[in-house]
Design a binder for this molecule. Structure first.
Ligand code: FMN
Length: 188
């Protein structure tokens, strides 16, 4: 069997008890054998400053290398004020520069937004997709993943409480795995 595709999972919340992080961990635990999901942390990153492009801070270099080494990227993010949290946008900007040397270029992407609210972070999900167009990341379209009511999804140990959530996540991961095979560069 071919080696699993390496998927960098970027979580848009730094909160200790983040629902999005719980979701990312649940997805990693249930991923099919063709995918290997690993959270790539963003909380240690400095604020992006274009003056540093010639000599970026070590934390930014390390983050960019991790993204560059992945076959695909899965964003799991909350919605802040109907958009993407600043920490996530900062991470995206860091790995996109210097101009012409983006680590995101060509990598298949999945987008899941997770919110306790009813509309499941739709605004963040679609604002993020706007950046993915410019970053040249082919993004999975269906199934759309606006996960609402997330305050009631996980038990105390982070397990999924409802079989229908697991069913949906299984279908999302299967579609994402197929999407990666269609759009990713050959494993290297
Ligand atoms: C600054 C801020 C802005 C927020 N704006 C929204 C919003 O626009 N839509 C929404 O559904 N939830 C919003 N929320 C609530 C978040 O969805 C909620 O805090 C969620 O648990 C954050 O994700 P996390 O649990 O992964 O940290 C906001 C929260 C914060 C702190």
């Amino acid at each position: 069997m071919a080696a699993p595709r390496r998927v960098a999972v970027v979580v848009g919340s730094l909160r200790k008890d983040s629902l999005n992080r719980k979701m990312a961990k649940a997805l990693a635990a249930m991923a099919p054998p063709t995918l290997s999901l690993e959270i790539v942390e963003i909380g240690q990153l400095p604020l992006y400053n274009q003056d540093d492009d010639a000599s970026p801070p070590p934390a930014s270099v390390a983050f960019k290398e991790k993204i560059a080494g992945a076959d695909a990227v899965l964003f799991v993010t909350p919605e802040y004020n109907r958009s993407v949290p600043g920490v996530l946008k900062n991470a995206i900007d860091i790995a996109s520069r210097p101009y012409g040397k983006s680590a995101w270029d060509g990598k298949p992407a999945g987008v899941m937004s997770v919110s306790p609210g009813a509309i499941g972070g739709f605004g963040a999900n679609h604002h993020l997709r706007q950046s993915l167009v410019f970053l040249n990341m082919p993004a999975l379209q269906q199934p759309e993943a606006y996960v609402g009511g997330a305050g009631d999804l996980f038990d105390e140990s982070g397990g999924l409480k409802k079989p229908e959530t697991k069913k949906f996540l299984d279908s999302f991961l299967a579609a994402f795995a197929a999407w990666i095979e269609r759009t990713a560069k050959a494993p290297g």
